[in-house]
Design a protein around this ligand. Structure first.
Ligand code: ZN
Ligand code: ZN
Length: 128
């Protein structure tokens, strides 16, 4: 095919009940890379629990850093610190007095709204 998709070992299908899904179009070899996807939006499962970094999602007993907004980060210099930008930190800090220590619960909606504003291509995949 001239559209550059002929090498793909799958095709995208749609079903009104199941939504979009992939169907293999040829045998796929063990360990063959068939799909690469970039993570655009991450949020720990329990952002207020403090057991995972709210930027890189690292878990475990490593050093923890409590940001001024109340989120837990693995360190002040987390390699994914950009995932928690100053704008998000400011909004969560403003929510702290109103949310009785649960401002981190607003992390997912904040990041989805930021994605809608800053990454329209991603938002096109998220919305219904
Ligand atoms: Zn981290
Ligand atoms: Zn913060």
């Amino acid at each position: 095919m001239e559209d550059g998709t002929s090498d793909l070992p799958y095709r995208v299908c749609h079903d009104d009940t199941k939504g979009r899904f992939l169907v293999a179009t040829r045998d796929i070899k063990p360990f063959e890379l068939v799909l690469r996807d970039e993570t655009e939006l991450v949020v720990p499962a329990r952002p207020d629990a403090g057991d995972a970094c709210c930027a890189c999602l690292a878990q475990g007993p490593q050093e923890k850093f409590r940001c001024a907004c109340g989120l837990t980060l693995c360190s002040e210099d987390c390699p994914q610190r950009h995932a928690h930008p100053a704008e998000e930190c400011r909004v969560l800090s403003n929510l702290k007095p109103l949310a009785a220590g649960k401002a981190a619960k607003f992390l997912l909606p904040l990041r989805v709204l930021r994605a809608a504003e800053n990454a329209p291509a991603l938002w096109g995949h998220i919305r219904y």
